[in-house]
Write a protein that binds this ligand. Structure first.
Ligand SMILES: C[S@@+](CC[C@H](N)C(=O)[O-])C[C@H]1O[C@@H](n2cnc3c(N)ncnc32)[C@H](O)[C@@H]1O
Length: 196
């Protein structure tokens, strides 16, 4: 990937006073996100016409630049502060990204956008109720990550292993890839598949 100098400049300016943004670019974040990106690439899931929704996407730090060639990326997060920073200070030069402040479980008019997308990503599953509770009617691909880092603040729904994580998916979620990524503080679990 070529260096996007404008994005680099934006990240450097914002991270001078925003350590949370810096955390979103930590070595552990790169390790787990790059594994997800590699699997999505290897499975040939994306085309330039694809639409991606990222749930609980934080700043979209690594995933938005990684998938920037697609038609549309929608990032949804509960925290209006991270949405405003991502939209206005980091990715203001990206024309194909929509940023939405919302609870994933209270999406209102945005629910259809999730169902109609080609790929649903959620690397924050440990922060929220199980994905099967979304009750999506979709044929989309999905890439979900959770972890076993129970002692971290905000982690309300950690899992012990991949089997535990699989129980959080609905019956019509066919799993194509399962993977584990070791972190300094525990293990991240990754499930990639398709709703049938
Ligand atoms: C710490 S961050 C990302 C952690 C994740 N493990 C990762 O590496 O991408 C968790 C994000 O999930 C968001 N979040 C938590 N619950 C949510 C919900 N119900 N709907 C939308 N966003 C949510 C938070 O606002 C926060 O930006």
């Amino acid at each position: 990937m070529d260096i996007d100098l404008q994005l680099f400049k934006n990240i450097m300016a914002e991270s001078r006073h925003n350590s949370d943004l810096l955390d979103s670019f930590s070595p552990n974040q790169f390790k787990s996100k790059e594994r997800l990106i590699k699997h999505i690439r290897d499975q040939l899931i994306l085309k330039t016409s694809s639409e991606i929704v990222i749930l609980g996407g934080w700043y979209g730090s690594i995933l938005i630049p990684a998938f920037k060639e697609v038609k549309k990326i929608t990032l949804i997060d509960l925290d209006d502060n991270v949405i405003r920073i991502a939209k206005n200070r980091l990715f203001n030069h990206y024309k194909n990204v929509d940023f939405i402040t919302a609870d994933v479980f209270d999406l209102g008019k945005h629910f259809q956008r999730v169902e109609k997308s080609d790929l649903i990503i959620n690397t924050s599953c440990e922060h929220m109720r199980p994905m099967k509770e979304l009750n999506l009617n979709t044929k989309a691909y999905f890439a979900y990550q959770s972890n076993n880092m129970l002692s971290i603040e905000g982690h309300i729904n950690c899992v012990y292993d991949l089997n535990d994580f699989k129980k959080q998916l609905p019956d019509n979620a066919k799993i194509l890839i399962e993977d584990e990524i070791k972190d300094d503080r525990g293990i991240r679990f990754l499930l990639i598949g398709k709703y049938e």
